[in-house]
Write a new protein. Structure first.
Length: 94
């Protein structure tokens, strides 16, 4: 995985990551739609599985439709959590 350019802003502590996931309510699901990205904002639930060190996200959706079609075509997706992540950072870029 590529390292972050601003490593001083990287959140790696599992307790902090869990707090971020817990306090927010919307994720953006990024899918492949041929040559263009397709991003859908969704409410989510989640669980953290300690035995595999993974977050499992649950979202609402129909059993058919564009989102499901894209997942079947390419199951590689990404998520981005929407919300306040780390409020104490100074966001001036050096």
């Amino acid at each position: 995985m590529t390292k972050m350019r601003r490593r001083d802003r990287e959140v790696t502590d599992l307790t902090e990551i869990k707090a971020i996931v817990e306090k927010n309510m919307i994720l953006h699901l990024g899918l492949f739609d041929e040559e263009f990205p397709y991003v859908v904002p969704l409410h989510y639930g989640y669980e953290y599985r300690e035995e595999t060190d993974q977050f499992i996200f649950y979202t609402h959706g129909a059993r058919q439709g564009h989102k499901i079609d894209l997942i079947h075509q390419n199951p590689n997706v990404c998520v981005q959590i929407e919300g306040e992540v780390v409020p104490d950072y100074d966001y001036d870029v050096p």
